[in-house]
Design a protein around this ligand. Sequence first.
Ligand code: NAD
Length: 418
Amino acid sequence: MVLDHMEADDDVRKVFEEPQYIHQKDITIVRDDGTEVSYPSFRVQFNNARGPYKGGIRFHPAADLEEVKALAALMAIKTAVVDIPFGGSKGGIQCDPKTLSKTELERLSRAYIREMKDHIGPYVDCPAPDVNTNPMIMGWMRDEYEKMTGKFAPGVVTGKPLEYGGSLGRDTATARGGYFILEEVMERIALDPKEQRVAIQGFGNAGAAIAKLLHDRGYTIVAISDSKGGIYSKEGIDPVRIKKYKEKTGHVRGYYCEGSVCDLGRMKIDNAELISNEDIITCDCDILIPAALDNVITRENAKEIKAEIILELANGPTSPEADTILEERGIRVIPDVLANAGGVTVSYFEWTQGRSGEKWTEGHVDDELKRIILDAYRDVRREARREGVSYRMAAYLIGVKRMVQTMKARGWVNGNGM
Ligand code: NAD
């Protein structure tokens, strides 16, 4: 659709049909009990016209080649939307990390780098955290890469631990980027944050951090969920208490229950009710923030959504059919390639610090993130007005046009794509 809108020529279309490279390997590790287990793993490099490939690695049972390919393409567009000098890629290991011990997880993370080491590097392809991966895993990955290559290579991965080349502000960057945009939207359409009720699906790196930012700003968090289910309270939920509880017990909804089985009759706090991950999408709220997995807003539930604003912190949470329905219904969607681009933006700052040896303050990271993400938001808003299209289409148009401009400058394509 984007390429049709641009009336792109065939050579331009061809570039966007398939990733430049697909690397697939089965990774075998020894489990703590001495048995061996293998997992399919992937690294998909979509396009590197604008700079080294960049994209997260997820550990998840549903991480298959199709999913990783789609996410790699999104990354190429996202880095272009925020105009940072990277291309787009994505990685995944098809596994359930929750069944692995810490030592097994470390073996798996290091084995992935050994398999992929010839395809990654600070100026080649730089992985980062995604679903079920975190700074500890990024630290192991950098260490393994440096051991294998014998080189100091802080830029090989981002999202590292602070004490091993990480950047201040990276842990909350995805949420902060979304928060800055939401605040700008509130101001533009003259809405008072204190009157906004927010539902958040996913309580990990992205979801938990935005819940805290919005709660501190006075928004009412009416619903929160994780993979085991969620809770809804008209009176509002304090995400800080939930985080502490989740750290202790491993799940969100147990906070409101006694014992191991949630029992509606024994709710303890804020008149909260249990809610399923399906129902959280259509619950009574003003702002919906999907911050977990892809394809959760579907043709079936898009008609029932009550929120007026959707901030896509997750990658690919809305199916194309659902997107059309949301547009027809006039629901304002801040698309993933813009809404969650704060993460890759601060990854870029981390990569820059790794190259220069400088250490940025948290304030500097924050100021630069705000400048870049709001510039991108304003570009998207202008493009949407000019072309009469949705924010998603406008963001894609900007991203693809920037990629095509660079590919033309490099002599990779000649055809129309502007
Ligand atoms: P995470 O692993 O830290 O958290 C994921 C959360 O989703 C957890 O709370 C988990 O319990 C929950 N979850 C898993 N399955 C679920 C289900 N079926 N229903 C509801 N919740 C479920 O991951 P994250 O880094 O916060 O990533 C979340 C989303 O944000 C992903 O789509 C990711 O691609 C996107 N994203 C993350 C970053 C980043 O910097 N971490 C950057 C850009 C985009």
